[in-house]
Every structure is written in structure tokens, then in C-alpha cells.
Design a protein around this ligand. Structure first.
Ligand code: C6P
Length: 403
């Protein structure tokens, strides 16, 4: 690392609170510059945006619009108006699903995958139910990697949307983003990427991926909770009707009809999370200052180290591929016949914070025929010491249950 791990950890004072935090996949910790930016909004210029002509409102507007510019550049969007802020990935994907299926006809197809978080599964499933669409899911191979051959069978000329995660939250497996986007386009469909577990680890380039939509959460990339958004290609945003109405998204309203504000505000109804949006911009800048290649390398190193350490633990099954290059940021495991919730509770006795359960990915758990997993997930502050502490606590857990 160009910046040392000690320097990074110093930006997260919460790490001094005594927990070994291995739940960054659920939410990442928040560095001091982000906390300070959010606090500064409330203490120095707490005003609404796009409404006031006084200094505080101008400063808030500039900060909020500036954050859009920062995030558009962060994902390498061609145009700044292609960046829409929402409350996070879930709200982004729900809005995208409503908008993109609005004009679909019965019999047309939506293709998603078995790796999806419910947020990129249920909105499409519900749209299919409501409109008589065909809802298909791409299978996974035995090791949890996406089955690209099955994708080639499932995506057809009737497919209108291919919606998939870039990284599985439950297993950490990477999906073939470019291949899936290309397959979608060859068949005349749009590609919707769930980037929730991708943006914290990689330099995102939406143009290089070739996606039409890319959804993400701020709180998984060192920003505030309740923030995030989506990138969408401008031609889609110009052609689509919004699905949430009122406030900032309005241009003109008469008794007869309403017209919409310019992009991106056409898709941001009501008063947004102003402080959060500003904090999200600071979080993206923070990641850039650490270095996106540095972050990716660190996360890969931690994943590979965790797989190596877990390989030495008897009676522990690690789910997902053994090749560390096929996954990132997550090690999901099971211990003998123990329920994942029991494992997580015993790990907590040793102050290890992990997530346990189905990880909002029930179709995947059904496919793997398990109730859930215990999941350790990593961030830029994760150290080998954290992983060693986890391994030690796993041994303790096994001793309690005599596995
Ligand atoms: N996954 C996890 O512990 P929100 O909650 O809207 O910020 O993100 C939803 C979401 C969508 N897609 C993927 C791939 C995700 O991982 C998540 C959130 C958390 O795995 C909380 S369930």
C-alpha cells in the first residue's frame, strides 16, 4: 500500500472501540472526513437545495451538485447528468425495475441470476407477475460461480432486461460483467448491474463495462447510510418516465398536465438526503485518495489470506470458489452442523463482528441447500490480524460445540 494500513485505520477511530469488524459487506465503517463533512452541513449551512437564494442554500446546492459530479467521474460516466442519487441500491433497483418494465409486453423476458440479493430479484419478479412477463434465473455452478453457458441459453431475442450483481454479497464471487452486458446487447436487451458489493473494491468504469444501469450504496463505500444511487445511460434517462413525483423533479404543473425538470433532477423527487449526498462525494474522494488500485489489491490480498487461513481449519467449510481471483471481499463458511446464528453469537463473545444467515439471498441458499452461512467481509481497514483473530475465535467456537 502506498498509504500504510496504520494511516488508513487512523481515519476510522471507531476501530479503537474493541471490536474486530468483519461486516463491511453489510455496511462499511465511516472515515473521519466523511463524518466531518456531514456534521459541517448541519452545523454551518443546514439549508434546502435548489430553493433558497441565501448563502446557506447556495452552499448546500453547490455541495450536493458537486457530489453528483464527483460520483459521475468516480464511475467514469460520460455525462454528469447520468448520475442519480437515491437512498441506496435497493431504492435504485426498485426505481430502475419500475421504469424499464413500464412498456414491456406480456411474454417478454427478464433474466436475472441465482446469485442475486433480494433487492435485485424481487422487484423484477413482481414486475413480471404484474405484467405477464417471463422471469428467468441464470444458474450457478457447483462452486457458486455463474454458469455463463446457462446465461447464453436463457438470454434470448425476447429478453428485454438482464439484471445481475457484479459481486455476490453471500459468497463474494465475481460475475463476468462485460460478457453479460455484451450478451444482453446482442439480444437487444438492456444490462442492469447491481454494484453494491463491487464499488467498494474496484475502480468502476461503466463505459468500459458497457452497462445501461449501475446501482450502488453509499454506506458500503465508506459514505453515510441512506445514500447511493445509480448511473444510467443518458438516452435511457431522456426516454424514460419517472415513477416518483413531486418536489425537485417538477418543471411545471397545471391542472391538465405536468412536465419534468432537467436531468438528473427529473429522477430525484422531494428533498434528498443533502448531508448524506455531500458525505457520499467525500467518501468517493476518500477512496480516490487512498487509490483504487491499492484498495483492490488490498481486498484481494485479504481475501486470499483468509482463504489460506481457513484452509487450515478442520471441520470448517468455505463456500464459493477456492481460487481467490474469482472472488473478493467475502469469506462465507459453515462449521459442522452448527447454525450460522450460533456461530456468529459465539464469535461475538470474542468481539468478532460478522453477519450470519441467508444474507438476503434466499434463492442462492435454497440452491446450495443450506439455511445460511457465517460471513466475514472485508474493507480497506481490514488487517491480517483481524483474520487471525477470526480464525482463533472459530477454533474457540468449535471447542464449545466440540466439532
Ligand atoms: N447487502 C449485506 O449484508 P442497500 O441495503 O439498499 O444498501 O443494499 C441492498 C443490496 C443490494 N445488492 C447487494 C449485492 C447487496 O449486498 C445489498 C446489501 C447487505 O449483504 C445488507 S442485506
Amino acid at each position: 500500500m502506498a498509504i500504510s494500513l496504520e494511516q488508513i485505520r487512523a481515519d476510522f477511530p471507531i476501530l479503537q472501540n474493541g471490536a474486530v469488524y468483519l461486516d463491511s459487506g453489510a455496511t462499511s465503517l465511516t472515515p473521519t472526513p466523511v463524518v466531518e463533512a456531514v456534521t459541517k452541513y448541519y452545523t454551518d449551512y443546514n439549508a434546502n437545495i435548489h430553493r433558497g437564494l441565501y448563502d446557506w442554500s447556495v452552499e448546500a446546492t453547490e455541495g450536493y451538485e458537486g457530489a453528483h459530479k464527483t460520483l459521475a467521474a468516480f464511475v467514469n460516466a460520460e455525462h454528469v447528468e447520468e448520475m442519480i442519487f437515491t437512498a441506496g441500491t435497493t431504492s435504485a433497483l426498485n426505481v430502475i425495475a419500475s421504469m424499464t418494465t413500464a412498456n414491456m409486453q406480456p411474454g417478454e423476458e427478464i433474466v436475472t441470476t441465482l446469485l442475486e440479493h433480494h433487492s435485485n430479484f424481487v422487484p423484477w419478479q413482481k414486475a413480471a407477475e404484474a405484467k405477464g412477463l417471463v422471469f428467468k434465473t441464470i444458474n450457478v455452478q457447483e462452486d457458486g460461480c455463474l454458469d455463463l453457458e446457462d446465461a447464453k441459453q436463457k438470454i434470448t431475442s425476447k429478453t428485454r432486461v438482464v439484471a445481475f450483481t457484479a459481486v455476490s454479497n453471500a459468497l463474494g464471487v465475481l460475475t463476468p460483467i462485460k460478457e453479460l452486458c455484451a450478451l444482453a446487447h446482442e439480444n437487444g436487451a438492456i444490462a442492469v448491474v447491481d454494484g453494491a458489493q463491487h464499488i467498494p473494491h474496484f475502480k468502476v468504469d461503466v463505459q468500459d463495462m458497457g452497462c445501461d444501469f449501475y446501482a450502488f450504496s453509499g454506506h458500503k463505500m465508506y459514505g453515510p447510510t441512506g445514500t447511493g444511487g445509480f448511473y444510467a445511460r443518458r438516452e435511457h434517462l431522456l426516454n424514460m418516465e419517472p415513477v416518483v413525483f413531486g418536489g425537485d423533479m417538477i418543471s411545471e404543473v397545471t391542472i391538465q398536465a405536468s412536465t419534468w425538470n432537467e436531468l438528473p433532477w427529473k429522477f430525484e423527487a422531494g428533498t434528498p438526503h443533502i448531508a448524506g449526498g455531500i458525505g457520499l462525494g467525500v467518501a468517493a474522494d476518500y477512496m480516490t485518495s487512498v487509490g483504487l488500485e491499492t484498495i483492490e489489491q488490498h481486498e484481494q490480498d485479504m481475501t486470499a489470506y483468509a482463504l489460506e487461513v481457513f484452509g487450515t481449519l478442520d471441520g470448517v467449510e468455505v463456500y464459493g470458489p477456492t481460487d481467490p481471483l474469482k472472488r473478493i471481499g467475502v469469506v462465507s463458511f459453515g462449521i459442522g452442523g452448527m447454525h450460522p446464528h450460533d456461530v456468529a453469537e459465539l464469535l461475538n463473545r470474542k468481539h468478532i463482528a460478522v453477519r450470519a444467515g441467508h444474507h438476503c439471498a434466499m434463492p442462492l441458499m435454497d440452491h446450495l441447500a443450506i439455511p445460511g452461512t457465517t460471513r466475514a467481509s472485508f474493507g480497506i481497514y481490514t488487517s491480517k490480524d483481524d483474520i487471525d483473530a477470526l480464525a482463533e475465535a472459530v477454533e474457540y467456537t468449535k471447542s464449545i460445540f466440540t466439532v
